[in-house]
Ligand binder design. Structure first.
Ligand code: PHB
Length: 389
């Protein structure tokens, strides 16, 4: 089978790329080893920047996010026993973020692709990409026991943080991998309870960071910074609630039955370049950010916004200029998000060897950021995200 673009991975990057390409008259096939049920049923966080929501609305997949998404016009930073509101609407000229889980974005994208006659192959295996430095790369895979092959003009590696496509770019030349590991993890819970706060609370405490988030009017999502070696068994419900009350002191945390516990490990990562020959990486296949800045899905969407235009130009005018510039065009935003996510993380988390000096320095930093309008604006602009263009 011949196709213009072969896309490996049906996550936010791959499906959004396929959707945006279709809008620009370019046809693609999307492959994923997971079934549709697995993709739509894996519960994931989602904080969408204004630009991500705008892109969904502008390209005809915004009905549900507009109806079901929860618009937040601020967050609270809590430290030293007090809450400090960062008023996004006031500080960024009316911008905000929308809480709308990733799996809901995926449902919207899958439904739209299928309605538009799009070709998504779920549950395939043995995916192998060949010939990316030639003129006609090929993707081999197995579907329903039969071997298949796709001859493509271009290939997009959108296969997430467990990527195989990234490793097709030879390392260390030209591929450089930039890593930052963190000496802690997040313990995440889902609880049946009403919201504890109208907005997310990011709390600094000498015991470690805590985050009060939400999924719906009846399901809440909270996190505690924990030791990376901790397991779910180390944290009884009583210990979790007690630690949340301590770390988010002064806010009224509403308890309820906890029905999910998990430990999340995270890191900062960027691979450069994000392309080689006719292969182009987007989203987590190329970079990951710690969740503190709520940037992950937005970066994937920003990447494919750039990539879809460049690919469309290539097919319309046989002009590779924009494609060749893909990495250089996408990277500045990625590094800004890396910096922001690292900054939020380092400002709010307790380092394992932290001394009194370190704690007071963090509190002074939080004080500096929240007491001046310039400081709050810097945080707000980065959190709501800069416009795509
Ligand atoms: C979440 O709701 O899971 C969530 C929200 C904000 C973050 C990270 C995770 O920064």
């Amino acid at each position: 089978m011949q196709i213009q673009v072969g896309i490996v991975g049906a996550g936010p990057a791959g499906l959004m790329l396929s959707h945006l390409l279709h809008q620009r008259g370019v046809e693609s096939v999307v492959l994923d080893t997971r079934t549709r049920e697995e993709i739509e049923g894996t519960i994931r966080a989602g904080v969408l920047e204004q630009s991500s929501v705008d892109l969904m609305v502008d390209t005809g997949i915004g009905e549900r996010v507009k109806r079901l998404g929860m618009v937040h016009h601020g967050i609270e930073l809590r430290f030293g026993g007090r809450g400090h509101r960062i008023d996004f609407a006031d500080l960024t000229g009316g911008r905000g973020v929308t809480i709308y889980p990733q799996h809901e974005v995926l449902k919207d994208l899958i439904a739209q692709r299928l309605a538009d006659g799009g070709d998504i192959r779920f549950g395939v295996s043995d995916v192998q990409v060949e010939g990316i430095t030639g003129d006609r790369p090929r993707i081999r895979f197995t579907q329903d026991g039969a071997e298949q092959q796709l001859d493509c003009a271009l290939v997009a590696g959108c296969d997430g943080s467990r990527t195989t496509t990234r490793f097709l770019i030879p390392s260390p030349n030209p591929r450089q991998d930039h890593f930052r590991q963190y000496p802690f993890a997040w313990f995440g819970i889902l609880a049946e309870a009403p919201p504890s706060s109208e907005e997310l609370i990011y709390a600094h405490h000498r015991n470690g960071f805590a985050l009060i988030s939400t999924r719906s009017a009846t399901v809440q999502r909270h996190y505690l910074q924990v030791d990376p070696n901790d397991s779910v068994e180390d944290w009884s419900d009583d210990r979790i609630w007690s630690e949340l009350h301590t770390r988010v002191a002064g806010a009224e945390i509403k308890e309820g039955p906890i029905f999910s516990k998990s430990v999340l490990h995270f890191r900062s990562f960027v691979c450069e370049p994000m392309q080689h020959g006719r292969l182009f990486l987007a989203g987590d296949a190329a970079h990951t950010v710690p969740p503190t800045g709520a940037k992950g899905m937005n970066l994937a969407i920003a990447d494919v916004h750039v990539l879809s235009r460049a690919m469309a130009e290539f097919f319309a005018n046989s002009d590779r200029t924009a494609l060749d510039a893909y990495t250089a065009t996408a990277l500045p935003r990625i590094w800004r998000a890396q910096h922001f996510s690292w900054w939020m993380t380092s400002m709010l988390h307790r380092m394992p060897e932290a001394t009194g000096f370190d704690l007071h320095r963090q509190l002074a930093e939080l004080d500096t950021v929240t007491r001046s309008r310039a400081g709050r604006t810097l945080l707000a602009e980065n959190y709501v995200g800069t416009p795509f263009d």
